[in-house]
Structures are given as C-alpha cells and as structure tokens.
Unconditional design. Structure first.
Ligand code: UDP
Length: 238
C-alpha cells in the first residue's frame, strides 16, 4: 500500500509540537496551525485519528527524577495529554472540523471514554477522533498509546510528526553529514535503537504490520504533502 492510498491514519504529535517557540505549555497560535494541518489532510478525504503527547506540560520520568512516585507522576502526564487534546479539539472546531475526544482515563464531564465502535462511527461520519491519556496506564508513553489506537482502529499507518523530516543515521542538527533513511525495517529500528518511537510502540506496530511514517510537522502544508506521496519522510515497515 502506498502512502497516497491510505484511507485512515493515526497522527501522533508530541506535546512539544504545541509549544511553538515557548519552553512550556500550549501556544494557541501553534495549536491553530497544527489544526490547520489536520484539516488540510482531512479535506483530502482521509479519516483521521489523533494522539497528542503531554511533554509540553508534564512527563512522568521528569517527576520521578525529582523524587515523585513514578506511577503517580505518569498519571499527571496522562492528564496533561487530556489538556492538549481539549486544546486541539477547540482549535479544530474553530476551523469547522467536527471532533470527539476519547480518553483512556474516564472523565465524563469533559470527553467520552475510549469506545472503539463509537470511535469507528465518529470516523465514518467525518469526525476527527482525538485519543487522550495514552493507554491509560503508567509506565507507558503516548507513542504506545498511538500504536495501540492505530491497531485497534485498523489505521493504514501511524504518522509521527516531529521536528525533523525523517530518521537519520546521526543527529542532523549536530552532524552535517547525517543521512536520512527513506525506509527502515522495524527490526533495524529496534536493534540499532533508532529514535523513532519507544520500543514497545515500534514492536506493537511491527506485530500488527502498521507502517510508521516519520515526517516534519514544522513546515506548513507538510502533512498533506507527505500523505499525497510527495513529501520527505522515513517509512518504517517489515
Ligand atoms: N503517560 C503514561 N501512560 C501512557 C501515556 C502517557 O503514563 O499511556 C504519561 C507519561 O508520564 C508520559 C506523559 O504521560 O511522560 C506524557 O506523554 P509522552 O511523554 O508520551 O508525551 P510526548 O513526549 O509525546 O509529548
């Protein structure tokens, strides 16, 4: 299956993608721009699931490093992802994109719980479904949440929007000779510990044959470009 023939995708954005030039939190103008990327992709007829991290607000590991109980800190991280999901929902709806947020930690005053069949219907009706709170358990990340939702929603691919345009053999910000891979196998990513997503997320994608497409979300219009098969990206598959 080529990128251009995908019908349903899961887009994973890190929480940092919502920070803009800031060091922390949510920059409304940046969230609006990200929402515009999602709208442009949806306008091509795609069904879109969205997972947003929480690292712009709180990461469990950072809390644990300061002496907090790890599980407790992870729950705080999961709550951060719900805030990001609500911010994105608001921005998408301002652009006229219908959305639903489904959280793995039930919060019935603010969003739906994760119900796969319901999410399925939302997608069929043209709504973007934003899955919040990762897998709903500590010691995981939103990468794993993204892989899990991509599998259960039968997405054709997991697109990971980052600050670089793919996966390199060295850090392209530090090494001018770094070379970008067009494609990689899941096993190579895991063996070489390449920074694509965390290992449990990569393994889940491998076991369910979900391609991972790593691309830059920084340039305007890039998500739609990549989805049309014209952008620059690294695709991880079998
Ligand atoms: N988290 C968790 N379980 C999950 C998803 C997230 O415990 O299933 C917590 C974890 O503490 C993590 C934080 O939520 O550090 C924010 O998620 P993540 O680090 O994946 O965000 P990103 O790096 O994508 O912004």
């Amino acid at each position: 299956m080529t990128i251009a023939s995908y019908r349903r995708i899961l887009l994973k954005l890190s929480g940092e993608a919502l920070m803009g030039d800031g060091q922390y939190g949510i920059d409304p103008a940046t969230v609006t721009r990200m929402a515009g990327e999602v709208k442009a992709a949806q306008d091509t007829g795609l069904e879109i699931c969205l997972v947003i991290g929480g690292g712009n607000i709180f990461r469990g590991m950072a809390g644990a490093a300061q002496g907090m109980d790890r599980a407790q800190a992870d729950y705080m991280g999961m709550l951060a992802t719900v805030m990001n999901a609500l911010a994105m929902q608001s921005a998408l709806e301002q652009l006229g994109v219908p959305t639903r947020v489904q959280s793995a930690i039930e919060m019935d005053k603010v969003c739906e719980p994760v119900i796969r069949r319901r999410a399925q219907r939302h997608l069929e009706k043209g709504r973007v479904v934003i899955f919040a709170a990762g897998v709903g358990a500590p010691y995981f990340t939103t990468d794993s949440g993204a892989a899990l939702r991509a599998a259960e929603m039968k997405c054709d691919a997991l697109l990971k929007g980052t600050s670089v345009d793919g996966v390199y053999n060295a850090d392209p910000k530090l090494d001018p000779n770094a070379v970008r891979y067009d494609t990689l196998s899941y096993d190579r990513v895991l063996q070489d510990n390449l920074k694509v997503m965390d290992a449990s997320a990569v393994a889940l994608c491998r076991d369910n044959s979900i391609p991972i497409v790593v691309f830059s979300i920084r340039e305007q219009g890039n998500l739609a470009r990549v989805l049309s098969g014209q952008g620059t990206a690294t695709t991880v598959h079998q």
